[in-house]
Ligand binder design. Structure first.
Ligand code: ADP
Ligand code: MG
Ligand code: MG
Length: 877
């Protein structure tokens, strides 16, 4: 049997999201529970995939089915496409499985042409409305289907308003709008070289294709990559009969959330605009009224709406984000979905829903987006400095968080400045989907126009970026890259601070203070800990980072990089001496200087971790990273070592490597200079003994990790040095302290021979940064140059350094776990690459049965939550 590509709203339901997209599934669900929804049908995501398979064509089979469903729709609504008595007008709306705000485009009032508009005008006795619909349709269709820039049409509207001496769209008369429609069509013909299509069916096919095509636009591709949405999903298309909010002052259109998306407060939140259609509310053409005002002005429609909100929340058991239209006092529901929210409100809503008995703890844990926690963990403004900093202005608190950066005026600049390491605040009149990448690069976003549901506000909340919107007090001078606010001129590059929780704008840079986990955040994390199996450790090189991670709930350290400490000014001379030594004696002398420094670093870290396990990795990078490049430093080193400058230079030159990341580094250093392994073992063991003596209540079991092993014999060689050194020290101290010796699995050969390596290792820690690099054969530092081309060509959809490549690298991980455990059932397994804090990678780690993930301190709570979600998901399947 051939596939079914179209579903009436009455045929679908909320569980059919994969096939019908989020919007379509929910329109069907709302229809099923008896809510007032203008009827229509959904063209499936499979039709979209088929469109791409057919070389971007809608094949005859699908085309015929769409026509059949238009006829069904005509029967249901009693209206007909292009009819002179009762014409059917529809909207054509995209809707993917996951909501992709502002990414796809919608066409309203499709079905209109010169004849139909006259019919509508006469029959309704409302020519203004009829022509308003028509000019909107031409505008949207031209923009979306034919990609004739919106700008031209907006310029024509502005010109018309100026000629008529009016400021608002609603002040334009039927005649004005009719003239606009004529101008629009002329513009269309000039740009496209064809007449504007008059046949509704032709219009419909053009629109459906445009929606399918928009799945592959660059903005959509960027959004998908950021949000882990696979390209293969495709989008559905909804064809729905129109409800009109632009028929007069007893009509209007609105958007609302059942709870406050910024704070989580259980109170209806939204905006309503009279005599308006579609996106007028979010586009900021006129200032909408707060939803509370709607209660006074449209009591009947508002009462209906309140009932609908209650029904929807009870039904979906989550906060809803809805779009609706009032046509002559009657309410129509156009969309509902689980509303996007700030991280703080997500936590509050989850806790409130549990307390209201709507959901259980597991559901609460599952409904929080782990990556969104990030913003809550980042610093907030230092309250003391805040009090003393002049407030330059204030506007809407659109998306919380503290931001401090230099002013830039374009998304491109934001991207470019951020790329060279500057912190920037993006200041715009308003933002549009083209600005996404710039918004991402900015610490915060400030807009002159737009409300709480404007593009900037919605997108910033989604990204967890601080945003202050609608600051109409700003006089913008985009051309000269400056603006004035509160009597002061701010120029590009000036510092500005934004508080997205209060909406305040500060002149200057305000330092920030660290965040902590308390209240609802703590409650949700508590639930997460209850349901997860994976342990969560941190990667920390200093006592400060270790303490931070502890506060965020880290259960140990999975990776301490010893070399980071060597870069300190007071240590680098000693490490340089060690590198430039000619004899073992010289080297040992230099190492002897380093040993106490390392020991005290390790003691600090052990203390900060309060007895939790700590894995310390031996020196890893190629030695040339430490050698001096400045003439003065070279001279000093020569003097310190009693060598000539040219001798030192010869040594430095000899350290040059063609491919240092695949050169003399990791355990290869210990194989050539065993003294290094001896010194590091001594520092680690002596520090542990000292801390154990100070804290008898802790059980210190230091974990020594040998990096870059590819062959069991090299591990055995270094391990022997470690064991001899450690055992002697422990014996000498009269202690019975235990310790572990393990290795990183970061070379494919190690993964492949894991059954041999495991015979010499107490633990494996997957170093997925290097493992990814060596498996793909390209480096993290160079991949940026060509990965974009790979994304464009759909060869890779994600950066494998950010999201674990489960197919390739993951297969090595899985294999190494199985091989390792087959010979050493007690083998302890973890991951310490960047992936340890990426939610989908954490889920993978859970599945392959690792014991822990280790990630940077700020990602610890994210990993705790992701680990719980993985366990909960597994239990459900
Ligand atoms: P988006 O995903 O960008 O929100 P939508 O498909 O939801 O796009 O539609 C854009 C706007 O048009 C929304 O404000 C929506 O409520 C409105 N709209 C869509 N379909 C209809 C319709 N059949 N009648 C009236 N308004 C509609
Ligand atoms: Mg939109
Ligand atoms: Mg919508």
């Amino acid at each position: 049997m051939s596939k079914k590509y179209c579903y009436l709203f009455t045929e679908g339901n909320a569980n059919m999201r994969e096939l019908l997209g989020g919007k379509g599934a929910n329109l069907a669900e709302m229809t099923n529970i008896g809510l007032p929804v203008p009827q229509g049908f959904t063209i499936t995501t499979e039709a979209c995939t088929q469109y791409y398979e057919d070389g971007k064509q809608i094949n005859p089979e699908i085309m015929a089915e769409i026509m059949e469903y238009i006829e069904k729709m005509e029967t249901i609504t009693g209206k007909k496409f292009g009819d002179l008595e009762n014409p059917l007008l529809v909207s054509v709306r995209s809707g993917a499985r996951a909501s992709m705000p502002g990414m796809m485009d919608t066409i309203l009032n499709l079905g209109l042409n010169e004849t139909v508009v006259e019919v509508l005008s006469k029959k309704s006795g409302n020519p203004r409305w009829a022509w308003d619909c028509y000019r909107r349709f031409i505008q949207m269709y031209s923009d979306v289907v034919m990609e004739v820039g919106k700008k031209y049409f907006e310029q024509l509207i502005d010109k018309m308003k100026a000629e008529r001496g009016v400021t608002q769209d609603v002040e334009l008369t039927a005649e004005d709008l009719k003239e606009l429609a004529v101008q629009f069509k002329a513009e269309y013909k000039a740009k496209i070289g064809e007449e504007f299509p008059t046949d509704p069916k032709e219009q419909l096919m053009g629109a459906v294709k445009a929606v399918f095509r928009s799945w592959d636009n660059p903005r959509a591709n960027v959004y998908r990559r950021d949000n882990d949405i696979p390209y293969s999903w495709g989008t559905a298309v909804n064809v729905q009969s129109m409800a009109f909010g632009n028929m007069g002052d007893d009509c209007g259109t609105g958007v609302a959330f059942t709870r406050n998306p910024a704070t989580g407060e259980k109170k209806l939140f939204g905006e309503f605009l009279t005599n308006a259609q579609g996106e007028d509310v979010v586009a900021g053409v006129r200032t909408p009224m707060p939803i509370a005002e709607m209660a006074e002005k449209f009591p009947e429609a508002f009462a209906q709406f309140e009932t609908v909100c209650k029904t929807l929340e009870d039904h979906y058991r989550d906060m809803q984000d809805m779009e609706f239209t009032v046509e002559h006092g009657k309410l129509f529901m156009l969309q509902t979905r689980n509303g996007k929210r700030t991280p703080a409100s997500a936590l509050k809503i989850a806790c409130d829903l549990v307390d209201e008995g709507m959901i259980d703890e597991k559901k609460a844990v599952a409904m929080i987006e782990p990556r969104s926690l990030d913003t809550l963990l980042h610093p907030q403004f230092d309250a003391n400095v805040l009090k003393e900093t002049p407030v330059a202005g204030s506007a809407l608190a659109a998306s919380p968080g503290a931001a401090c950066g230099k002013i830039v005026f374009t998304a491109e600049d934001a991207k470019a400045w951020a790329a060279r390491g500057e912190k920037v605040v993006l200041v715009r009149l308003e933002t549009s989907p083209e600005d996404i990448e710039g918004m991402k690069a900015a610490q915060g976003i400030l807009t002159v126009r737009g409300g709480m549901t404007s593009h900037a506000a919605v997108v910033a909340r989604g990204m967890g970026t601080c945003c202050v919107s609608g600051c109409s007090a700003i006089a913008m001078d985009e051309e000269n890259k400056q603006f004035t606010l509160g009597g002061k001129t701010f120029r590009e590059g000036d510092w500005l601070s934004l508080d997205g929780s209060t909406g305040k704008i500060y002149d200057g840079a305000i330092p920030t203070v660290d965040a902590s986990i308390g209240g609802e955040f703590g409650r949700v994390m508590g639930w997460a800990d209850k349901y997860r199996r994976l342990q969560v450790r941190t990667n920390a090189d200093t006592p400060h980072d270790a303490a931070q991670a502890r506060k965020f709930g880290a259960q140990g350290i999975g990776l301490t990089r010893t070399e980071h400490m060597f870069f300190n000014e007071d240590r680098i001379p000693a490490i340089r001496e060690m590198i430039c030594a000619d004899t073992v004696e010289q080297r040992e002398k230099a190492l002897a200087k380093l040993e106490p420094m390392q020991q005290s670093d390790f003691e600090g870290i052990y203390e900060a971790m309060e007895g939790c396990p700590v894995t310390i990795r031996f020196l890893d990078p190629p030695l040339h990273e430490f050698v001096p490049t400045e003439e003065a430093d070279i001279e000093k080193l020569a003097a310190d070592m009693g060598k000539s400058v040219s001798e030192i230079k010869t040594i430095i030159a000899s350290l040059h490597e063609f491919n240092p990341m695949m050169g003399h580094r990791g355990c290869r250093l210990d194989v050539t200079y065993p003294e290094i392994a001896v010194m590091q073992t001594r520092a680690i063991i002596k520090a542990a003994l000292a801390v154990q003596a100070r804290h008898p209540e802790w059980t210190m079991v230091p974990e020594i990790m040998i990096p870059l092993v590819g062959e069991v014999k090299e591990l055995a060689y270094v391990k022997k040095i470690v064991v001899e050194t450690a055992d002697a020290l422990i014996k000498e101290a009269g202690s019975s302290m235990e310790y572990l010796v393990g290795t990183m699995i970061e070379i494919p050969r190690a993964a492949i021979t894991a059954d041999e390596i495991a015979t010499e290792a107490d633990f494996f820690s997957f170093g997925t940064n290097d493992l990814t690099q060596m498996t793909f054969g390209f480096s993290r530092d160079d991949a940026g140059k060509f990965l974009d081309a790979y994304y464009d060509k759909k060869i890779y959809e994600n950066d494998p350094f950010a999201k674990l490549d489960q197919k390739g690298v993951g297969k090595l991980v899985d294999m190494a776990c199985k091989l390792g455990r087959s010979v050493n059932p007690k083998l302890h397994l973890g991951i310490c690459g960047e992936h340890g804090g990426d939610p989908s990678s954490v889920e993978f780690c859970h599945k392959v049965g690792l014991d822990y993930v280790s990630c940077s301190p700020f990602r610890v709570p994210i990993a705790r939550l992701a680990a719980a979600q993985a366990a909960i998901k597994e239990a459900q399947n």
